[in-house]
Ligand binder design. Sequence first.
Ligand SMILES: NC(=O)c1ccc[n+]([C@@H]2O[C@H](COP(=O)([O-])OP(=O)(O)OC[C@H]3O[C@@H](n4cnc5c(N)ncnc54)[C@H](O)[C@@H]3O)[C@@H](O)[C@H]2O)c1
Length: 357
Amino acid sequence: MRRPERSMCIDCQDTPLGLSTKRIYKVALVGLGNKGYLYEKDDKMVASFKYSTHCQAIDAHPRFSLTAGCDIDPQKVEQARFDYHFTFSGCDYRKLFNDVDIDLAVVATSTGTHPDIIRYALDAGIRHILCEKPVSTDLASTRDVFDIVDRCRGDLFVNYWRFFDRSHQWVKRVIAEKTLGDVLKVCCYYGKGVKNTASHLIHLFLEYFGEIGWIKKLTGASSHASGEDPDIDFVFGTRSGIVGSVLHIPNDDYRIFEIDILCSRGRIRLADGGRGIELFGRESNSTLTNEYQLSRLGKSLSPTAGEAMFDLYSFIANVLDSGMRFVDYRALKTAELLDHLIRERESTSKLDTSKWN
Ligand SMILES: NC(=O)c1ccc[n+]([C@@H]2O[C@H](COP(=O)([O-])OP(=O)(O)OC[C@H]3O[C@@H](n4cnc5c(N)ncnc54)[C@H](O)[C@@H]3O)[C@@H](O)[C@H]2O)c1
């Protein structure tokens, strides 16, 4: 079934991120763990992100009020209530959704619990949902979530936050406008599981390069070092003909992911989970024609990555103001590609080298 891709072509340049003085939307945040609340107490996160948690981004945003907080762990509820003065709080999201007048439910619990919580929120009449990524642990339950969101005519925003980061929108424009020529190849490394981390990469590829036409696992390249979440090496091709490789690496020495976008007149390098962005181009006065002589073009380390969650909430406010629906079908496409990858039999046959001896 072809789904409407309406309002998916958001570019932060075109999207009015400017804030108006309209209605303030009431938010219930379910899940007061790392992403919901605790990262803001982590020095490394504080150094890297202006808004590392939903609590921080909602609290700072003039168009939202953090009305209710919920976690099954009563200590987290108490601690967050002390910091954020929720009007309502508790350990049972059902009670909150039924009893409290809420505009937006934010689901930041462990991934396997997302579908039940989203379903309950929609049943309770809450039409606007922001879910942490990935939407669920498997494709079947992810599809169920999108089906029920469509049936209820609800909104589903998914926190693939790079989508809302202005630096990534800028990279997207560099690619689309061919500032460094045509994209030739894409080379990536990632750590910590295909669902957890490569999902960010795939969502970003869909944003940068458009539809992915094929995806293939490499032989002998799957392990389960990340528990339920396999570490898989894979290759992919976009409908527009760009080919990329994505290799898993242990996360101890490398952070999250790195992407190298090799273009005909230069190169875009995204290090540190996409937060460090560098552009290289051929020297304009170079007499060498074939040599890969590159120089930095000046843009380095994404200055806005730490503010992407604030921009995400601005985007949500704009959608709610407009009365239009938004569903992040790209998150469903990401789940479909991941599922294909995980279930695919290893696709490259091994060379029989016995006859060489
Ligand atoms: N967008 C990102 O970059 C990013 C970064 C980190 C985590 N995440 C995602 O955020 C989600 C949470 O991850 P985390 O690292 O914060 O995990 P976490 O374990 O630190 O926090 C999850 C919280 O949910 C609570 N919880 C679980 N079931 C619940 C229920 N039924 N009702 C209420 N509370 C419940 C737990 O008690 C816990 O406090 C995951 O889906 C993860 O993939 C996204």
